[in-house]
Write a protein that binds this ligand. Structure first.
Ligand SMILES: Nc1ncnc2c1ncn2[C@@H]1O[C@H](COP(=O)(O)OP(=O)(O)O)[C@@H](O)[C@H]1O
Ligand SMILES: [Mg+2]
Length: 511
């Protein structure tokens, strides 16, 4: 275990107006270690690291590099002290090539002349850490995962000795993230230090030490070897959270949702869903694993009548519902949790009460003599707020003032309440905190117990594995297969998601 101090942070505070994003944080990073910053959304991880990178100036506090006090007034200062950062949202120039982006990052003028030299240095770096990338590829041609390598290369190229990675694996398949970890280990073996920001416990457990942040404050730093996932969650959330959803064995009932040879186009008129056939029975969750953008959105929209079915059919409880209007779908009791909360699930300008009955205005519960029953609405809203633990000053708060988790809870409350036999959930846990994810899992399982057919698409394989009875893997609008949940591993799913058929051998790109 490394022991030499590389970076030390003392009582660092950063405020944005009223919000204290980082509150008197102290911790240190040792040379050659992988140090995780763990915390829920909004805990202050990005803000803290942007302070270490000179992007934000802390309101107070001190920084030391190798024991010497430093003050950064821009990233350039941080870079001069060997600190590099890969941001949560990349800052690459998409029409330019990999090599051009790397060289641009050095801020030197006349960069076109240095391209040959740059190419050579970059090749050395890639070789040293086992990174593979095509230097001439244009950024727009790369997957998000590949773009991340370019960001990492940029930081290494400018000589970073301490690399800050902000949620690097949010966009990666399990194999890609495994590969990232192998390369991170090569870096630390080589004496580099890495600060890894993450909220994924499996990854955090691969680090040397973990510093946990909650609401801007540091809860503590622990040696990873000496801790457990549930201890970390407790530190992160402030209470115990069950990581494993209670999933009862249930035998599936009658078919509820039957989809045959479904084809759907995307907004550009190209096939996004291509000949999908599946059935979901009562008491059953069908999980769709896949990287977003492989037709999930179009599939769900077609199933709820918001996008035209070009070919094939959809039956609900035996009735043909192909190309019914969204309103008819709501009326017959299909619940839908869309992946894009603000565009598809909520009206930002409406308050919580109004959003909770969106599409349900005409239901007997809420209308009196064709007018909205405002008392009933307020009561329903209050119940939802209590039951789902929605954090808001009042039920009259507008939806666009809520955090992602709270916005998601409103959609959940509405759709769980209004659906009757079928629930469609696309990326229901995206961007949510562990505590809320636990709740979403519980709710989906409850519907399953109640005899619902549930379709769940998620990029988070933890969701899929925790909840599904059967698992389909979607790639480019087609299923790579539908499997019984017990019969596929996490690694299998990762391969399938990358478009690899099981049983074929895979050449590892590293080592
Ligand atoms: N540029 C900013 N202006 C105002 N508030 C901000 C800004 N950046 C972050 N915050 C707030 O600071 C807190 C911490 O955010 P952030 O550092 O992004 O957390 P994390 O990376 O852990 O999700 C949040 O309450 C967030 O809303
Ligand atoms: Mg962040």
């Amino acid at each position: 275990m490394p022991t030499t101090e590389h970076l030390r942070v003392e009582r660092l505070t950063k405020r944005f107006g009223e919000v204290t994003a980082v509150d008197s944080a102290s911790f240190d990073v040792r040379r050659g270690e992988v140090h995780c910053l763990l915390g829920e959304n909004g805990a202050g991880k990005s803000t803290l690291s942007e302070c270490l990178y000179g992007f934000y100036r802390p309101d107070s506090g001190r920084l030391f590099v190798d024991g010497h006090p430093v003050a950064f007034s821009s990233p350039r200062d941080a870079i001069a002290h060997g600190i590099g950062m890969v941001h949560q949202h990349f800052v690459l120039v998409t029409p330019l090539s990999v090599i051009e982006n790397v060289v641009l990052g050095t801020h030197k003028s006349g960069w076109s002349a240095n391209l040959t030299e740059a190419r050579q240095r970059l090749a050395e770096i890639c070789d040293r850490y086992g990174i593979q990338t095509d230097f001439n590829a244009k950024i727009w041609q790369l997957s998000v995962g590949e773009q991340q390598w370019v960001e990492i290369l940029k930081a290494l190229y400018i000589g970073a000795e301490l690399l800050i990675l902000d949620e690097p694996t949010a966009v990666l398949t399990p194999q890609e993230s495994e590969r990232l970890f192998r390369i991170i280990r090569r870096m630390t073996d080589d004496g580099l230090s890495v600060i890894l920001i993450s909220h994924k416990l499996n990854e955090v457990m691969q680090s040397d030490r973990v510093t946990v942040l909650r609401k801007g404050k540091i809860v503590g730093t622990v040696n990873t070897e000496e801790t457990t996932k549930s201890d970390l969650v407790k530190m992160m959330v402030g209470r115990s959270v069950s990581l494993k959803a209670e999933r009862r064995e249930l035998s599936a009932g009658k078919p509820v949702l039957e989809v045959k040879d479904l084809a759907v186009n995307n907004d550009r008129g190209l096939r996004a869903v291509n000949g999908l056939t599946f059935q979901i029975r009562a008491n059953e969750i069908l999980g769709i694993a896949g990287v977003a953008g492989n037709g999930q959105k179009e599939l769900f929209e077609a199933l709820v009548g918001a996008r035209k079915v070009e070919q094939g059919s959809v039956h609900l409880n035996g009735a043909n519902v192909t190309n019914l209007s969204p309103k008819s779908m709501i009326d017959i009791g299909i619940g839908y949790i869309p992946d894009d909360r603000y565009r598809a699930g909520l009206v930002g300008e409406f308050d919580i009460e109004e959003n909770l009955i969106l599409g349900l205005q005409e239901r007997a519960e809420f209308s009196r003599h064709k007018l909205l029953d405002v008392k009933r609405m307020a009561k329903f809203a209050q119940e939802a707020i209590n039951q789902f633990g929605i954090v808001t000053p009042s039920s009259k708060a507008r939806a666009n003032t809520l955090s992602g988790g709270n916005a998601q809870k409103i959609i959940l409350a509405r759709e769980l309440w209004s659906s009757k036999s079928c629930l469609l959930a696309n990326q229901p846990t995206r961007g949510l905190d562990v505590g809320v994810i636990e709740y979403v899992h519980k709710m989906l399982l409850e519907k399953r117990s109640d005899g619902f057919a549930v379709l769940l698409a998620s990029e988070e394989l933890d969701d899929i594995l925790a909840l599904s009875d059967r698992i389909a893997v979607i790639v480019k609008g087609e299923f790579m297969g539908i499997f019984d949940a017990g019969s596929v591993s996490l690694a299998d799913l990762g391969l399938l998601m990358a478009g690899q058929k099981l049983g074929t051998s895979v050449a590892l790109e590293v080592e």
